[in-house]
Design a protein. Structure first.
Length: 223
């Protein structure tokens, strides 16, 4: 059977505002009777704010009246709660991680300036105003903001970050191979450096009248 969206809060409201039995409330809310007893006795672990199921359109006053008149009557829900699924807008971030958001935003701005503020907002779960303040360094706490990888901070996933980077790069017409090209340049520079060292060692060895050695080993090609 369908249950209220917030069963404990609904039970709290029914305890305070009706003459229903604990069994009736427990049955309607899908709770154990001892849970309802604890709510009535204010011994529940958390003090609940009641939720009116009538205003929530989950129960009618007629159903309550029938149940109050007949202890054996079991109330029927008007409709099940609507399942709300977030499809757009910023993600929810646990309170414990919210202080890390500015660091994550600063990291993205520094390392991926091609990502739009809207995309950053969706990744981190923040506002354009905050992003703009960090971008132009007018944020109230800018002196204490240190760029940190938002994936490491747990603000987003590597898959989502990679997707945002790829999408932003494509929109900006940035070739994804740029990073590889830079690595190729570094590799070529390293090879050139090693070749120069080898040639220098060869010249020194020839000048000394000894077989050319590289790193302590004789070069078989210098015979």
């Amino acid at each position: 059977m369908a249950q209220p969206l917030m069963p404990h809060a609904t039970a709290s409201w029914l305890v305070d505002n009706t003459a229903l039995s604990f069994e009736q409330i427990a049955d309607f809310c899908g709770l154990h009777i001892l849970e309802v007893q604890a709510i009535a006795d204010d011994t529940a672990a958390t003090k609940l704010t009641g939720r009116d199921p009538v205003r929530a359109h989950e129960l009618t006053q007629d159903e309550i009246d029938k149940a109050q008149a007949n202890p054996d009557y079991r109330m029927k829900m008007t409709k099940g709660p609507d399942q709300v699924r977030r499809t757009k807008g910023p993600r929810y971030t646990p309170v414990s991680k919210r202080q890390d958001k500015p660091d994550g935003i600063a990291w993205i701005i520094r390392n991926h300036p091609e990502i739009s503020d809207g995309a950053i907002g969706n990744l981190i779960g923040t506002t354009r105003t905050t992003i703009a303040a960090i971008r132009d360094r007018s944020h109230w706490n800018i002196a204490n903001i240190t760029p940190k990888d938002p994936v490491t901070l747990g603000l987003t996933t590597q898959r989502e970050l990679d997707a945002a980077v790829s999408k932003a790069a494509k929109a900006a017409g940035i070739e994804q191979q740029q990073t590889d090209t830079r690595l190729d340049g570094d590799r070529e520079a390293l090879i050139a450096s090693l070749r120069a060292e080898r040639e220098q060692a060869s010249r020194e060895a020839e000048g000394a009248g000894e077989p050319a050695r590289i790193g302590g080993f004789e070069d078989p090609f210098k015979r």
